[in-house]
Design a protein around this ligand. Structure first.
Ligand code: CA
Length: 223
């Protein structure tokens, strides 16, 4: 499980990082709201811990920005004690849960696990985009009610597209999220797989859904 912790106080950030690592999470740190948003946009996390009071960009603005960009990673908001208003505003901004500081570490871990679990079960729901339908539990895909037979890599690529429609997915993002590799000379393989996928998903149909974004990558969209 990958967690992004956005917290400007070094001591608190380090404490959370060490604690979560001991619980088996892999943890990235960001020390201001802008850096947090950048990381959340370029990497895939299972969970984001977001402090409210942050330099450069406060936590609530950061959460809003992520939601506006269709990044649906669960966010646990860390607020000052008893700030009921923070809680309401935080949930309105798109946070999934909040925890008042100072908190007991066991409580933090329990909330983290609950949010990740809840999100995973949501992820079991069918995804629909245009006339494409994907069942993440059965690993099956249909277009206009005919099932499309995909290899597991093609399937993973399409699922990534369908979870992130209408946004440019760079080859670096695809490499990291679908292949778990960091991007270097990976471009060819991605282009080859996108072509495989197009042959099956788009070629037999008039309406094309997988588009090239010149010089950048690819986008799933309806024209
Ligand atoms: Ca802070």
């Amino acid at each position: 499980m990958r967690v992004l912790v956005v917290e400007d106080e070094n001591k608190v950030a380090g404490f959370i990082q060490r604690g979560l690592q001991e619980e088996g999470f892999s943890v990235d740190l960001a020390y201001d709201g802008d850096a947090g948003v950048d990381l959340a946009k370029s990497q895939m996390y299972d969970l984001i811990l977001m402090d409210v009071m942050l330099p450069v960009k406060d936590g609530l603005t950061a959460i809003k920005e992520l939601r506006e960009q269709n990044i649906s990673t669960p966010v646990l908001c860390l607020t000052a004690r008893d700030a009921v208003e923070d809680k309401v505003v935080g949930l309105n901004a798109g946070a999934d849960d909040y925890l008042a500081k100072p908190f007991a570490f066991a409580e933090l871990v329990a909330r983290c696990r609950a949010l990740v679990r809840r999100n995973r079960s949501d992820r079991g729901a069918e995804i629909v985009f245009s006339d494409l339908r994907l069942d993440p539990v059965a690993h099956k895909v249909w277009r206009q009610d005919s099932e499309i037979d995909l290899t597991s890599k093609e399937y993973a690529l399409l699922e990534y597209f369908m979870r992130n429609p209408n946004q440019t997915l760079t080859r670096a993002m695809i490499a990291e999220n679908v292949w778990d590799y960091t991007f270097d000379s990976f471009t060819n393989i991605i282009d080859v797989y996108v072509n495989y996928l197009r042959n099956k998903v788009d070629r037999p149909y008039d309406k094309k859904l997988i588009h090239t974004v010149r010089g950048q990558g690819y986008m799933l969209k309806e024209v």
